[in-house]
Design a protein around this ligand. Structure first.
Ligand SMILES: Nc1ncnc2c1ncn2[C@@H]1O[C@H](COP(=O)(O)OP(=O)(O)OP(=O)(O)O)[C@@H](O)[C@H]1O
Ligand SMILES: O=P(O)(O)OC[C@H]1O[C@H](OP(=O)(O)OP(=O)(O)O)[C@H](O)[C@@H]1O
Length: 213
């Protein structure tokens, strides 16, 4: 059997890619071609397909990839996806937080809630933000943005943001402070439910090798 047991693996590009390729190397999968070809997406020889982390559940749910790796934040945002979460891989550690401008007068979000009964939250994570404020009984208007979320409270687009932070540098450089902590996210191994049955031995064996690494 090939090092990846003949499975097609969805590999996230971006922040999680380096550690993911290191993990595959440790399992004996040759990732040289993936590392050397920045724009190429499909590597049939080694059963690797590369994509944005938020697309990994889509490919795995549809069976276009048997297994995949993505962040827990992505799985919580796309909670309707029918995929099995098999392992916490430990790397890609970051935290989902509510942050707002560090103003002498206090938290602009709290101030808006007090004055208007509603506050505006900018985020890439609509479902997570919606759920968090619903659970904590506060009325919010969610403004969905595609990136550079920190810009929103600085320009008056929103009073606060829901976003990921790791080192805290981006928040600090934009004068924002953490107001609430939602959860810590790490990379997860997920599987297509049908592949999990039909290719049980290959997937179980891979999971065991990752655990034993
Ligand atoms: N410091 C960090 N900031 C953001 N995400 C991080 C960080 N560290 C690890 N991650 C993980 O990496 C993933 C995001 O990776 P990246 O920022 O490269 O992608 P992206 O361009 O935001 O992709 P997408 O468009 O799919 O959301 C997150 O889902 C998270 O699980
Ligand atoms: O706490 P830090 O270590 O500074 O990391 C956090 C930053 O990293 C991510 O952005 P990314 O680079 O993924 O860009 P994005 O704005 O497109 O999400 C995240 O959205 C924060 O902006």
């Amino acid at each position: 059997m090939s090092p990846n047991n003949g499975l097609t693996i969805a590999v996230p590009r971006g922040a999680l890619m380096g550690d993911t390729l290191d993990l595959l190397d440790a399992l004996g999968v040759d990732t040289t071609e993936v590392r050397e070809n920045d724009r190429k997406l499909l590597f049939e020889d080694v059963g690797i397909v590369t994509m944005r982390p938020s697309d990994v559940p889509t490919y795995v749910e549809a069976g276009a990839a048997d297994i995949g790796i993505t962040g827990k934040d992505v799985l919580l945002e796309q909670s309707e996806r029918e995929v099995y979460e098999l392992l916490d891989l430990g790397y890609g550690r970051c935290e989902m937080v509510v942050a707002s401008v560090d103003e002498p007068g206090g938290d602009p979000m709290v101030e808006a809630l007090r004055r208007l009964g509603v506050t505006r939250i900018a985020t890439k994570y609509y479902a997570i933000a919606q759920r968090h404020f619903e659970e904590t009984g506060r009325q919010v208007e969610i403004v969905e943005v595609k990136g550079a979320v920190e810009l929103a409270p600085l320009t008056g687009l929103s009073e606060a943001i829901v976003d990921l932070t790791a080192t805290g540098t981006t928040l600090r450089e934009n004068g924002l402070v953490i107001r609430e902590r939602l959860f810590v996210a790490t990379a997860r191994l997920i599987a297509n439910p049908v592949a999990h049955k039909l290719k049980a031995q290959a997937i179980d064996d891979l999971v065991e090798r990752i655990r034993a690494r």
